[in-house]
Design a protein around this ligand. Structure first.
Ligand code: PMP
Length: 362
């Protein structure tokens, strides 16, 4: 019976390994440092109680506030169920399954491949260079048939922004052929690196944003696609009729008020201070081989025995994200910036580990 059902499924879905989200991976922790969430809940009150009515498809207040926040026009903003939905909408609007391809540069965020596989679109990868920057000559060789190039900046899980000069070159080489999608999920931690201001120069640029990280609203599921009107109009053709529920739009509008944005900026400043403390402290741990610079709310580090470190901390309720399987990241764990206390507990746990264990094979 279950075999019959399985056989009815699309071949690419049968073959698919779903995205291993932090929540799916489970764990019994009390220090959650594996999903790049803000560590504390920000309180909100619901003001829209008209749940008998369908919500607006693109709630006007959310759109106008986000446009003002991003320095754009409302017609350049689309709101969706997280940035993840934006990643997928672009593929659904621009890629013909079985014909077109998307491209991205590992190590990077896992949903580009999962969305492509789900829809049945080929994906090509061009490994990032040392320092996790773009390998532009290799990208240029792979562009035939590519409709979308996803660039995560700052990159998850490595924490670095992509060089602006390289992004300009990428935009030049793709002009008229493909869209470049700058995934700026973590941009509030390095706001000067945003490409939002470049939309006026590049009709094929798209920027993805979210309220899940700096805005402390991962549970809300609200993200934004920023692009010029012709791109937004196409995405509006394929988006669900009611992508955001009324409570989501209500809370998103509050988060994007002047007061909400000020609060977000305070949180960012405090997370950055904690991050710098954590980076310095990690460098003093014997089990840590290398700590990568970060302009985000997480830090990537290479450990002498990462599986053992991961498991020992997991057993103590400190849940990190294992990046060991990503290309180029053997021995690496990603640590989200929690509260100062959570980071101190993590360092104390790392310091009590033996540091001399030899490096494991990936
Ligand atoms: N892009 C990147 C780089 C991310 O890390 C994430 C969150 N894990 C997303 C997009 C998706 O964000 P959202 O919660 O808005 O779907």
């Amino acid at each position: 019976m279950s075999n019959t059902i399985e056989n009815l499924a699309r071949a690419n879905v049968r073959a698919l390994t779903p995205y291993q989200s932090a929540r799916r991976l489970g764990g019994n922790g009390d220090v959650w440092l594996n999903a790049n969430e803000y560590p504390l809940a920000v309180p909100f009150d619901l003001s829209q109680l008209t749940l008998n009515r369908y919500p607006e498809c693109q709630p006007a207040l959310v759109i106008s506030r986000y446009a003002a926040y991003a320095g754009l026009q409302p017609e350049q903003v689309l709101v969706s169920r997280g940035a993840d939905e934006g990643i997928e909408l672009l593929m659904r609007a621009f890629c013909e399954p079985g014909k077109d391809a998307v491209l991205f540069c590992p190590p990077t965020y896992g949903m580009y491949s999962v969305s492509a596989e789900t829809i049945g679109i080929e994906y090509r990868t061009v490994q990032a260079l040392d320092g996790w920057q773009l390998n532009l000559p290799a990208i240029s060789e792979q562009l035939d048939g590519v409709k979308l190039v996803y660039v995560c900046s700052p990159n998850n899980p490595t924490g670095n922004p992509i060089n602006p000069a390289d992004l300009r070159q990428l935009l030049e080489m793709t002009r008229g052929k493909a869209l470049v999608i700058a995934d700026e999920a973590y941009i509030e931690f390095c706001p000067d690196a945003t490409l939002a201001g470049w939309l006026q120069d590049y009709p094929h640029l798209v920027v993805l944003r979210t309220l899940s990280k700096a805005f402390a609203l991962a549970g809300l599921r609200c993200g934004f696609t920023l692009a010029n009107k012709p791109v937004i109009d196409l995405l509006m053709k394929v988006i669900a009729p009611y992508p955001l529920s009324t409570p989501v739009a209500d809370i998103a509008a509050q988060a994007l008020s002047d007061q909400g944005i000020t609060l977000m900026r305070e949180h960012v400043a405090q997370l950055i201070a904690t991050r710098e403390w954590l980076i310095d402290a990690l460098k003093t741990c014997d089990c840590v081989e290398q700590v990568f610079a970060s302009e985000t709310n997480y830090v990537l580090a290479r450990f002498t025995a990462s599986s053992q470190v991961f498991k020992t901390l997991w057993d103590q309720g400190i849940i990190l994200r294992d990046q060991n399987k990503q290309p180029g990241l053997a021995g690496c764990l990603r640590i989200s910036i929690g509260t100062r206390e959570e980071c101190e507990r993590t360092i104390a746990a790392l310091k009590s580990l033996p540091g001399s264990a030899s490096r494991e094979q990936a």
